[in-house]
Design a protein around this ligand. Structure first.
Ligand SMILES: Cc1cc2nc3c(=O)[nH]c(=O)nc-3n(C[C@H](O)[C@H](O)[C@H](O)COP(=O)(O)O)c2cc1C
Ligand code: SF4
Length: 401
């Protein structure tokens, strides 16, 4: 595919800002902070490389707002009440903007919820799920969490970040609250009005307290969790898809000032055994696009498994199996405005730049082995084992334990 005839090379307006092309780097935790959640050289170098890569937007990985509820042992911390932590963030953002001022930076903030740990943090949840568990939180706890999301967003705005991804998906706290499974009788459970209260309040407050459309507000949403009572199901005891609540969520968030949504659904990291799961993601992205105003940007997720077409998608000639083919087609068909790469950005942080400068043959393609995901879940430092020996060594070492 030639870059000059590709919509992927074209700019797009998002809020009052412009992304210079349609590539987005998806949020990718790499477990390379330290136990205090500080920046390390590894974190800084990773993002500098991504900024060199010249994607329209880089999403900064999932950041915890308090160590107590972190989901990873070495997760990055943004503490909106700690001046030293804020100054470190300010310096980091300044460094990145010096590398490439054209890339928009959006930071994903979260509360770990049931994704937190019993070992290195505390696992909190609205209602324990079988096999995961956790301490049930009080209404006061959630009220404070809402404040921390708003205060952290204000810090991000103040230090020159372009936007915030208020994480409402992927099994983190707000996703736990949104589920029909959260049928507990409390301010934040039971009826949809109660379950949607937290994200609606956070987005509304963030937009009102930062009334500058040069600061982007949006969320990554898991449209369907694919288990009984998960988000996007028809009730607390059925896995059957029902998008009434996910669609009401994104419309309600849009009304309250969201500029963008990043698509996700389960399986959120499909492997190479069944690449056809990408079609679920294309479908969700199309449904989201149809539900929102034309100016609200929908970022299609989960393109990595497509790579250069070296995948087992059936019924297609080789030239119609690749990431570039489907990214281009889905944007042309108005099923997405931009497309995100997660694993592929670990395999090659420079993909957008290589595409934009006609050097596609130099791209290191992700093969979908999902060992990076295994490293993440085993609390190791994460990277691509296919192209970086350092990470293969870490993986082999972890297998010996
Ligand atoms: C190692 C690893 C780390 C991830 N970290 C995050 C994260 O911090 N936040 C998030 O929303 N999703 C995270 N994800 C999910 C990705 O952002 C993305 O949704 C998923 O990998 C599918 O996209 P892909 O096919 O382009 O890889 C992570 C996935 C992996 C494999
Ligand atoms: S480790 Fe495997 S899945 Fe992860 S980025 Fe590398 S090739 Fe892709």
């Amino acid at each position: 595919m030639n870059k000059s005839d590709s919509i992927l090379s074209q700019p797009i307006k998002i809020g009052n800002l412009t992304a210079t092309n349609r590539f987005v780097i998806n949020a990718m935790e790499c477990g390379d902070s330290n136990e205090k959640g500080e920046f390390t050289p590894s974190v800084v170098n990773r993002y500098k490389k991504l900024f060199e890569g010249n994607a329209g937007i880089v999403f900064f990985e999932s950041v915890t707002l308090q160590l107590e509820s972190k989901a990873r042992k070495n997760q990055l911390l943004l503490n909106p009440y700690d001046p030293e932590n804020i100054e470190n963030w300010r310096a980091f953002v300044k460094d990145l903007k010096e590398v490439n001022p054209n890339v928009l930076l959006i930071v994903q903030i979260n509360h770990g919820g049931e994704k937190s740990s019993d070992v290195f943090s505390r696992k909190f949840c609205p209602k324990p799920v079988f096999g995961i568990g956790g301490e049930m939180v009080s209404e006061e706890y959630i009220d404070k969490m809402i404040d921390s999301f708003v205060d952290a967003s204000k810090v991000l705005y103040d230090i020159g970040v372009d936007g915030v991804d208020l994480k409402y998906g992927h099994g983190y706290m707000i996703c736990n609250i949104l589920r029909p499974y959260n049928d507990r009788d409390w301010k934040y459970g039971g009826s949809w009005e109660n379950r949607s209260r937290v994200p609606f309040e956070i987005t509304e407050r963030v937009r009102k307290e930062i009334p500058d459309k040069n600061f982007l507000v949006g969320s990554k949403i898991t449209m369907w969790e694919r288990f009984p009572g998960g988000f996007g199901t028809a009730g607390p005891d059925t896995p059957v898809l029902d998008l009434t609540e996910p669609l009401d969520l994104i419309k309600g968030l849009e009304e309250r000032g969201s500029d963008f949504f990043m698509e996700s659904c389960v399986p959120s990291i499909p492997g190479r055994n069944y690449p056809e799961f990408v079609y679920d993601h294309f479908t969700m992205s199309k449904i989201m696009k149809e539900a929102v105003k034309p100016e609200t940007v929908i970022i299609g997720g989960t393109y990595s498994i497509l790579n250069n077409g070296n995948n087992s998608l059936g019924y297609l000639p080789p030239e119609q199996k690749s990431l570039f083919y489907w990214a281009n087609k889905n944007i042309q068909d108005n099923y997405a405005d931009m497309i995100a790469i997660g694993r592929q950005s670990l395999a090659d942080a420079l993909l957008p730049q290589k595409f934009l400068t006609g050097r596609e043959e130099e791209i290191n393609w992700c093969i979908g082995c999902n060992i990076c995901e295994k490293l993440l879940h085993s609390q190791n430092k994460v990277g691509c084992v296919t192209y970086y020996k350092e990470y293969m060594d870490i993986y082999k070492q972890s297998q010996k334990k």
